[in-house]
Design a protein around this ligand. Sequence first.
Ligand SMILES: CCCCCCCCCCCC(=O)SCCNC(=O)CCNC(=O)[C@H](O)C(C)(C)COP(=O)(O)OP(=O)(O)OC[C@H]1O[C@@H](n2cnc3c(N)ncnc32)[C@H](O)[C@@H]1OP(=O)(O)O
Ligand SMILES: Cc1cc2nc3c(=O)[nH]c(=O)nc-3n(C[C@H](O)[C@H](O)[C@H](O)COP(=O)(O)OP(=O)(O)OC[C@H]3O[C@@H](n4cnc5c(N)ncnc54)[C@H](O)[C@@H]3O)c2cc1C
Length: 629
Amino acid sequence: MVSRNRSQVKDHLGSKVLNHPELRNTKATEYMSHEEKYRYNLSRATAMLKLIDEEGMDVNEISKVMSHTVSGFTTPDGNPLAVHQVMFVPTLMNQADDDQVSRWLGDVFNGTIVGTYAQTELSHGTFVRGLRTTATYDPASRTFDLHTPDVSAAKWWPGGLGTTANHAVVMAQLYTDGQPRGIHPFMVAIRDRETHRPLPGITVGEIGPKLGQNTLNNGYLLFDHVKVPRENMLMRNARVNEDGSYTKPSHQKASYGTMVFTRVAIALDTVDALQIAATIAARYSIVRRQGEPRDDGQEPQIIDYQTQQLKVLPHIAACYVLRASTARLWEHHTHVTSEVRGGDTALLPELHATACCLKALVTQDCSEAIEALRLSCGGHGYMTASRLPALYAYATAGATYEGENTVLLLQTARYLVKQAGGSHAPPAAGSAVTYLSRPADDTPFAVGSPAAYVAAVGRVARGRVTEVAAALQADRQTMPEADAWNQSLVQLVAAALAHGRYFVVREFAEVVSQQSSSRAIQQMLQLLFSVYLAHAVSRAEGDFITYGGLTPSDIRLNRRHLLRLLAELRPHMIPLTDAFDLPDRLINSTLGAWDGDVYRRMFEQASHSPLNTDEVPASFHQAMLRSKL
Ligand SMILES: CCCCCCCCCCCC(=O)SCCNC(=O)CCNC(=O)[C@H](O)C(C)(C)COP(=O)(O)OP(=O)(O)OC[C@H]1O[C@@H](n2cnc3c(N)ncnc32)[C@H](O)[C@@H]1OP(=O)(O)O
Ligand SMILES: Cc1cc2nc3c(=O)[nH]c(=O)nc-3n(C[C@H](O)[C@H](O)[C@H](O)COP(=O)(O)OP(=O)(O)OC[C@H]3O[C@@H](n4cnc5c(N)ncnc54)[C@H](O)[C@@H]3O)c2cc1C
């Protein structure tokens, strides 16, 4: 397996995916039925899986081909094999022991085993410890009895479970020696490998249409005392021995590892969706002219309206800034995972805290940004063929799945208040929280100085975290822990987001400070960073006055500064989005093609409407007749 850098992967994708015989011809899916869409997307997902296998791609390459940029082309309505690839396989690799890996992985790679990650239940998604599916060990038969006590404990949501997977990693409450041992992963066959029929004791199906990603093939699953061999509990971390004795994992949350990985992957990937939306809105904003003609006799390009610049340009800057921090998180995850595999879990708490807050910050920012970009395209942004509704539906799912964002921010806040109160192990060198134990950076604020902005963002984070830590500490003296925590929830979430913002801007400050061979590139990065920072301040002016040391006069100056920066960035908008290097077929939007031929494309897509096949559709007369009765 050869590791390739990012642009080589793009070249590779260009030739291998866009021109692949089973992928290169696409069909419009808007008018297909639910089942036709599933068939179309599944066959393309399977072709993609074969390609991954044939090419022997490593995890970085797989993440690129599973990314939203590529999957919008391969599986426009959602990839029914995404959870197989992004969660099921990584869970086996990281949570199965060596014997189990060698037992199953061959069949996974030859396509005999197709899996899902079945954790969420109808009544519990967030509170994992509350899951109610049980796995009770019987030493006599050396099997686990998997059981769903009632319908509220039915698994509900797992991707690919609906009609695609024949296996599932099932997260269930383990009982052995008569004791509850917490949530553990089990490899369970749910459908026959040959006939694909549900196995005895299994009830399984698809949950129905959603806001988007309708061929993700989310499913439900119930067990009626299904017997699973002892060897099917994933045993890299915890173990159940033949006699039923139990060995604890080295870290209490070792079985939550797949969630950490997927949060990192989602953060990275949602920026891809934002890049696509930003490219569409930028191109459309140039092509679209509307309003009183100017001196040259032409109506203005909409991008020359100041309000339009504010709707579009900060999000282009965000693409660059968020790409850098999520790429850093990915590297950090790779490093910590290898340490954990070697038995050292010291860096895991901070990785968990960072992954939680970046996944939340990025999916929240990207969903809001994509919606703003959609609105920036006026009426045409509301059309499915603009691709913007689907991009929004994708990004906003990321705010819920793999840990609802509020809940994840509270995980980060828990870590931060412990760090601020000194009740956690001190952070390792290079940790992102050392600023909490140092005096605040008192660099005076000045517009035009990115370093001064970064210092102010740091003061906001520090102020938010220390303030809520103190409030929590005080409340703990007078009320039970759960009440004290609940009393501070809103401020805890704000503190975690402020910490995430500081992480993001520090990472990009480092990118900007690196020597580049091109002065023009360096200047452009500085401009993008300045826009991002000025926009961040304008979005949270109250925080910057309360905690960041800015005066009302600084706030006014920043507002003007931001608008000046936007005007400066405007001529570079198209090169900056072209630099994302997204071929038209990956963008797949009537509004966002490279040649700007928007109106012709809109007519072309309308010609696909089945209602235009006949001059008068038969359904019209049928409906009119009925209404006359
Ligand atoms: C290409 C892309 C395509 C992408 C394509 C993707 C397709 C779709 C994929 C979607 C798939 C899914 O949604 S799968 C389902 C995902 N579900 C979720 O994410 C559920 C979210 N809920 C949880 O993760 C959990 O319930 C928590 C973390 C919220 C709470 O867990 P808990 O067991 O109650 O723990 P709690 O008491 O809060 O904390 C105890 C201690 O454990 C620590 N802790 C908690 N979790 C972890 C962890 N993971 N790793 C380390 N440490 C942890 C805490 O910091 C704390 O440390 P200390 O303070 O004691 O030191
Ligand atoms: C498209 C999609 C795909 C999915 N794929 C999978 C999959 O493959 N496998 C799988 O197992 N699951 C999957 N899920 C399920 C997903 O992981 C859960 O829906 C998610 O973790 C949120 O949990 P919930 O639905 O229980 O939300 P809830 O927890 O019920 O959230 C509702 C509200 O309650 C609030 N809330 C809950 N607890 C707290 C708290 N402690 N403090 C403060 N506020 C709180 C939340 O902030 C939110 O506002 C998928 C979901 C979607 C939408």
